[in-house]
Design a protein around this ligand. Structure first.
Ligand code: C2E
Length: 536
């Protein structure tokens, strides 16, 4: 048997390995992604809280500075010597201030540091003055004339050209706050008032330090025009990511383990079913049952359908729906069909059937595609024909859809050689109706699901009726499957269905029983109880 030569585990091994690798990696990969997202979220949070904390402090200092500037307004119209002691006292006793002073025009004329001296104000703050001089103005400064080593922040109020007051805050307070907040995590922090100088604290070399650009945050208090920059180093993000991943790792490994066990047991089940199928064939666990088909015109048995049965060694039998599907998915359907052919040939040797007896054989879609298909069928026919058994190939709708021209050629040729072709379970697949016209078909087998509607659908069977009229228009003989009641029989007979198969006539049976059944009942008409509730 050619197909039985396939070695165990050959088919699907790369797919299995791929699944195993996926089962291990997928949870870990998910862990990497989740921990990355969580780390980014945490970074965002850190950015926000840090910038808000700095801004809060800056606003508090700024508030005090504006209050001071406003307070200095009371010295308007007074000479410097009169107010200087008070200016010095205020600058000394109030926190944050480097200097306090008064302005006239473009000049400072009195200050707590320079005393009673007229100095151009741009020389004090070491930057050009805006024109016109704003009423309220604050800006951060790189240095001031008095202190050239530290930045500062200047606040001024100039209600008219002849008088104004200013306060210069030492930026060391802000630098200390930024250092306290950011040094532990190596943040790079910056604060700017107005359009002024960016006061920075932290590692300035972004390139060398590997800062990550999205970790940049700007907070601004609109009336003060204060902006805060927070930049978090990439190493912080990596550390958070890694910590998140390490926390997730035990769960990831457990999930990986579960996935791997699942894939392994699935594969083992698959492998074992495949091996079991092979063993089943070698140990002769398969047998064929034959279900008689009734010819309603000649009122006698017109043939039978071969149905494979699998009786396991322990007496357990497996449904054909299960093992045929498994054989199809495991690439064993052709070997199984060839095995069926051997069993058929052995059974038919003991039969005595009339000349026009047709044996219906289910053919899988994959088998028709195979280059040896036609020869396989001819070889079987050669074994059956001495016993007057002719073959009807029962194809599913799926068989007709794939590789249509090749299938059409094969079927046309086999039909010429005397094989009959039936389309099985009609209406349950995805066959386009046009295939019915183009393919060389002899029978249409009406699925038992539609036959069942005769009893259940209270006098309305639109799909069944459509299938019947379609078969008539296409001049295809009809075989109704699953006929199990007298009412179904009468209705189908009335509709002109030529062949019936179902428990009403006979159940599928083993070859020896079938031989006996043929002798006893095969020649005569089916006994059907009269139906009183007529529906046609
Ligand atoms: N409820 C009910 N059922 C009835 C009645 N009369 C017959 N049947 C069942 O209907 C199914 C008819 O076969 P199918 O449509 O070709 O459907 C078949 C066929 O598609 C597949 N199969 C069976 N043997 C083979 C085989 O040798 N090769 C292939 N490729 N498929 C097979 O397995 C399917 C199921 O086969 P089975 O279990 O033997 O089930 C059979 C048969 O036992 C009835 O009056 N009432």
């Amino acid at each position: 048997m050619k197909g039985l030569a396939i070695k165990s585990g050959e088919v699907g091994l790369p797919r299995y390995l791929l699944l195993l690798v996926a089962a291990v990696l997928l949870p870990l990969l998910l862990g990497v992604v989740f921990s990355f997202v969580a780390a980014r979220q945490e970074i965002k949070q850190e950015l926000e809280t840090t910038s808000k904390a700095i801004l809060h402090q800056a606003e508090s200092i700024s508030r005090q500075a504006w209050q001071m500037v406003s307070y200095l307004g009371r010295f308007r119209g007074q000479l410097c010597p009169e107010v200087l002691p008070e200016l010095v006292r205020l600058a000394t006793l109030s926190p944050y201030f480097r200097s306090l002073g008064l302005i006239q025009g473009q000049d400072m004329y009195c200050s707590s540091i320079a005393g009673d001296n007229r100095i151009p104000f741009n020389e004090i703050i070491i930057q050009p003055l805006p024109s016109p001089f704003p009423v309220l103005w604050n800006t951060s400064l790189r240095v001031t004339r008095g202190v050239k080593t530290r930045p500062a922040v200047m606040f001024s109020e100039m209600p008219s050209a002849d008088f104004g007051a200013f306060a210069i805050v030492d930026a060391q307070y802000l630098i200390d706050i930024m250092s306290a907040i950011g040094s532990s995590q190596n943040y790079l922090l910056g604060i700017k008032f107005g359009e002024g100088y960016l006061i920075e604290e932290g590692h300035p070399d972004r390139q060398a330090f590997g800062f990550i650009s999205p970790s940049h945050h700007r907070e601004s208090a609109a009336h003060d025009a204060i902006s805060v920059d927070v930049t978090i180093p990439a190493s912080r993000m990596m550390r958070l990511w890694w910590q998140g991943f390490i926390t997730f790792l035990p769960f990831g490994l457990i999930i990986s383990f579960i996935f791997v066990s699942f894939v392994r047991s699935w594969q083992q089940r698959k492998m074992s079913l495949k091996d079991e199928l092979r063993k089943g064939m070698l140990n002769n666990e398969f047998a064929v049952h034959y279900q008689p088909v009734y010819d309603t015109v000649r009122e006698r048995c017109g043939g039978a359908e071969a149905l494979l049965r699998w009786n396991r060694a322990g007496g357990r039998s497996i449904s054909p729906d299960v093992f045929i599907t498994a054989a199809e998915s495991e690439g064993l359907i052709i070997p199984l069909t060839l095995h069926l052919f051997q069993l058929l040939a052995a059974d038919v040797r003991h039969w005595q059937v009339p000349d026009d007896f047709h044996l219906g054989i289910n053919i899988a879609a994959e088998h028709i595609q195979h280059p040896d298909f036609a020869d396989d069928i001819r070889r079987l026919a050669a074994q059956l024909s001495p016993h007057h058994v002719k073959i009807t190939l029962e194809l599913t709708e799926r068989s007709l859809i794939s590789n249509t021209s090749d299938v059409m050629l094969k079927l046309t040729q086999l039909r010429k050689e005397g094989f009959l072709i039936a389309i099985d379970d009609f209406g349950t697949g995805h066959c386009s109706l046009s295939y019915l016209q183009t393919f060389p078909l002899d029978y249409l087998k009406i699925d038992k699901g539609f036959v069942g509607t005769i009893e259940s659908a209270a006098n309305d069977t639109p799909i069944l009726d459509t299938i019947i009229s379609l078969s008539k228009r296409l001049k295809l003989a009809m075989v109704a499957e699953g006929v199990s009641s007298a009412e179904e029989y009468q209705y189908l007979k009335h509709c002109g269905v030529e062949y019936m198969q179902g428990y009403l006539y006979a159940r599928p049976m083993a070859s020896r029983q079938f031989v006996y059944w043929l002798q006893e009942r095969g020649e005569g008409p089916m006994e059907v109880a009269p139906v009183y509730q007529g529906r046609h």
